[in-house]
Ligand binder design. Structure first.
Ligand code: PEP
Ligand code: MG
Length: 544
């Protein structure tokens, strides 16, 4: 038995025989000098036209079998094919250098692929795979190869391929493959997204681990852990058989709740949102069927780098997010840096007790320019999505007043520059300090929503550092004190007709969903994987 590790991008277990995908593209970039440039250009244009027709076909078929969101990628691919720079490069190579069309597309593809890989944003980086996919499709039409090799794969096989395009995923699905192994790839490529949506267990980035001599051998792949077993022994087979049985019972159950409204038997509508730390998690959130994003921890945009992100950089990220969420709510939490989340360039002084120190809104109000840069980016992006803004670590009425003044300043400045934005973005606060919980009657008059951050609320209410492993076993998120706080917060919020969500870890605890609903919680923001399980609990709950 051989064990290989890759990056699991679509969970699930597959067992089957390995099928090495025949690489028929080895000669695609065969180079020759063309004499009749005009004829070569029209050869290229016909291949491009055929690629458009193919993408239309894939759009229609994916729309029918999966839905609008999943089909959208093929529209994006159509736009990418027509990108001016991409076109110009290909045509220049044919016209000026007399390159044959397939070689010109191949070179341009590699150039754009590298360019996308250099981009600092993971979501944009994964578009590199899309450039490769559209280029390959054009090349396939130029050289007359295509999807025949996929269609001939035996159902139930585990396919290994050097790379896979999004369009091929749906053909693999139709061919009945059990799982996919890919040499390269990333979690956020559209191929990975579609593999997840179509439920094909998939591991990418397996590098050179899979050897030609494994072709035809029995394989188990675990799409969650990224483990691949070549010729697994009896014991491994038994373990996986058990895993499959319990997973399938649970999944069948949860899948029934996809697309359903989250309403209790008593008729109360609950919003079930997902938490997001990084835009690279977007695909998982979309696949989770969450009704929106209840907490975007934007500080992660400021971490892992050596300077503050510019307004433009942030604007592009929020804009993309808003567009991809397609009208669903996105609650953007302004940066909550400090304590355990900081970088050298921020130059924070060393503190004895950072959790009780310089963090969250305190940093923002002390550095209005950093804060306003983020607010400007969000307001500008508001034209492209359904945003709300939420402020962390609030302890006083004065902080809320100060925030509102800065928000008003930002809006005035944008108006003066004739920049478009939505005037009425809902503003909310996190209730994650005991002070905010007990003052929530006053705060509820000032904002449009509350979101309870039970992680910090527990830390500050129980006087237990959430980072300190010495007291980790005492850090009980289910401590009764927290439920008492929740009761007070909900009562005060509802008196002023504003909604209350929970975005801390407590919301993920499936054993207390009913209790939280009966306490009056209106919204759960949980990890994408918990969305359907929580929806099931909501739908089965009797609470009015
Ligand atoms: C919380 O404190 O519960 C919360 C959601 O915020 P974070 O975990 O980012 O501090
Ligand atoms: Mg917090």
């Amino acid at each position: 038995m051989i064990v290989i590790n890759g990056l699991g991008v679509s969970e699930g277990i597959a067992i089957g025989n390995l099928s090495f995908r025949s690489v028929i593209r080895s000669n695609i970039s065969r180079r020759y000098m063309v004499e009749d440039v005009d004829a070569e250009i029209s050869r290229y244009l016909s291949a491009k036209k055929a690629a458009h027709a193919k993408l239309d076909e894939m759009y229609a078929s994916t729309l029918k079998h999966c839905g609008e969101r999943e089909a959208e990628i093929f529209r994006v691919h159509k736009m990418m094919i027509e990108d001016d720079d991409y076109q110009e490069d290909i045509l220049n190579l044919i016209k000026a250098e007399h390159q044959n069309a397939e070689h010109a597309v191949d070179i341009t593809s590699s150039k754009f692929f590298e360019m996308f890989l250099q981009i600092d944003d993971e979501y944009m980086r994964s578009r590199a795979e899309d450039v490769r996919a559209i280029s390959r499709m054009i090349i396939d039409f130029l050289v007359g190869t295509g999807e025949e090799d996929i269609r001939n794969i035996k159902p139930g096989s585990i396919v290994f391929s050097e790379d896979i395009s999004p369009g091929e995923i749906s053909i693999f699905k139709q061919s009945g493959v059990a799982g996919l192994l890919v040499s390269s790839g990333s979690k956020n490529s559209h191929a990975s997204i579609l593999a997840r949506v179509m439920g094909i267990p998939t591991i990418v980035d397996v590098g050179g681990g899979i050897k030609k001599e494994f072709d035809g051998k029995n394989v188990i792949l675990d799409g969650s852990s990224g483990e691949i077993y070549i010729e697994p022994d009896e014991g491994i087979h038994r373990n996986f058989a058990k895993k499959i049985e319990s997973m399938s019972i649970q999944n069948i159950e949860f899948e029934k709740y996809k697309g359903k409204e989250s309403i209790t038997k008593g008729g109360k509508k609950i919003d079930i949102y997902a938490n997001m730390n990084n835009p690279s998690e977007l695909s998982e959130i979309l696949a989770s069927d969450a009704e929106g994003i209840g907490l975007f921890r934007t500080e992660f945009l400021y971490l892992g780098r050596d300077s503050y992100p510019s307004e433009e950089e942030q604007f592009q990220i929020y804009k993309n997010l808003g567009m991809n969420m397609n009208g669903k709510k996105v609650i953007v939490r302004t940066l909550d840096i400090g304590s355990d989340k900081q970088e050298k360039y921020m130059k924070f002084p060393k503190e004895e007790n950072p959790a009780l120190g310089y963090r969250g809104i305190r940093v923002c109000l002390n550095n209005p320019e950093i804060f306003k840069t983020q607010l400007r980016a969000i307001y500008r992006a508001s034209e492209y999505g359904n945003f709300s803004i939420m402020f962390p670590m609030i302890i006083s009425y004065d902080e809320i007043r100060e925030i509102k003044n800065l928000v008003a300043q930002v809006k005035r400045e944008l108006r003066e520059k004739c920049m478009k934005f939505k005037e009425d973005i809902p503003l909310g606060i996190m209730i994650e300090t005991p002070a905010a919980a007990v003052l929530s009657d006053i705060f509820a008059k000032e904002v449009q929503f509350f979101s309870i951050g039970t992680n910090d609320l527990t830390q500050y209410a129980l006087a237990l550092d959430r980072q300190n492993s010495m007291v980790g076993n005492k850090f009980d998120i289910n401590n009764e004190a927290i439920f008492r706080f929740i009761e007070i917060i909900v009562k005060n919020a509802h008196k002023e007709n504003i909604s209350v969500g929970i975005c801390g870890e407590l919301a993920n605890d499936k054993s207390i969903t009913e209790r939280l609903i009966s306490l009056g919680i209106d919204e759960f923001s949980v990890s994408p994987k918990s969305v359907l399980a929580i929806r099931k609990n909501v739908i089965l709950s009797n609470t009015k």
